[in-house]
Design a protein around this ligand. Structure first.
Ligand code: 2HA
Ligand code: ZN
Length: 270
């Protein structure tokens, strides 16, 4: 079957990077059934033939109006689709959508009529916010990392930056590669506009990765691999913490001075 990726290596590279990450999410046990979502702004990779392509089906309401997204293109995982299937056949389990001129609807343009993710309002609201802010970030990732979600069931860890500091102190890499830490969004209904708004407030508070209490994480980055790497790094720290506790002791953690040294040497933003 013909695909919009056939003669567009730049777009194919983006979509296959999403597929690679989708495979990791499944392997890590973070993507049960249809769990998790990925959206990537692929406007720069869309070629003329795709710009001229007719929509597949009718325009559909996003549920919010997003003025900075007029004419933008996104690759989105399909709703009810599995990450493990996206990993193998991305264009059967995701689709490319275009935001219509009224900024309140989207249309599917390739390859098939795969309806995008149930978290579309939160993902697209975040992309709208990123463009408004002049950010170069193109990717957003929602996934269910086991150890981080487990930690969100403890009230003490939901206080601002308690988890950030604990996770940073487990291994130097975590602060170096996730220097803005882990924001916290209290429990809200999945897929709701309230959850989208709270996520944007947390990203605006300078976090690249945000915990959705008792649900999962939402991460943004230059590309999908970068967003994944930050969640992976935070999860590594969570596993070290869990393993120390299960060996019967509270881990000492790196000192504040040692973590400050990391910030200085790596020229970290926060
Ligand atoms: O789409 O994880 O939060 C599946 C989800 C929704
Ligand atoms: Zn979820």
């Amino acid at each position: 079957m013909k695909s919009c990726l056939d003669n567009n290596p730049a777009l194919a590279r983006e979509v296959w990077q999403v597929a690679e990450v989708a495979g990791y999410l499944w392997q890590k046990g973070w993507a049960e059934r249809n769990g998790g979502n990925i959206t990537v702004n692929v406007t720069e990779q869309v070629d003329d033939s795709l710009r001229k392509a007719p929509a597949i089906g009718e325009p559909k309401a996003i549920g919010v109006t997003l003025p900075h997204l007029r004419g933008q293109y996104f690759f989105c995982k399909g709703t009810n689709r599995r990450m493990r299937d996206l990993a193998r056949v991305p264009m059967d389990n995701g689709s490319i959508i275009r935001i219509t001129d009224d900024c309140a609807h989207y249309e599917i343009i390739a390859d098939n009529e795969v309806m995008p993710t149930s978290e579309l309002p939160s993902h697209l609201s975040v992309h709208n916010y990123l463009i408004a802010k002049g950010s170069t970030y193109k990717a957003s990732l929602h996934t269910h990392p086991i150890e981080l979600v487990a930690m969100s069931h403890c009230d003490r860890f939901l206080e601002k930056d308690v988890l950030t500091n604990l996770l940073w102190s487990m291994i130097p890499e975590t602060k170096a590669f996730c220097p803005r830490g882990l924001g916290i969004v209290p429990y809200m209904l999945p897929g709701s506009v309230e959850l989208a708004d709270a996520t944007i407030r947390a990203i605006d508070d300078n976090y690249d990765v945000v915990m959705w209490e008792k649900h999962g994480v939402f991460a943004v980055g230059e590309n999908i691999m970068e967003a994944f790497d930050m969640v992976d790094t935070l999860t590594k720290s969570a596993i070290i913490y869990r393993d120390a506790r299960s060996m019967g002791f509270e881990p000492t953690g790196m000192s504040q001075a040692q973590m400050q040294e990391i910030s200085t040497v790596f020229h970290l933003p926060k």
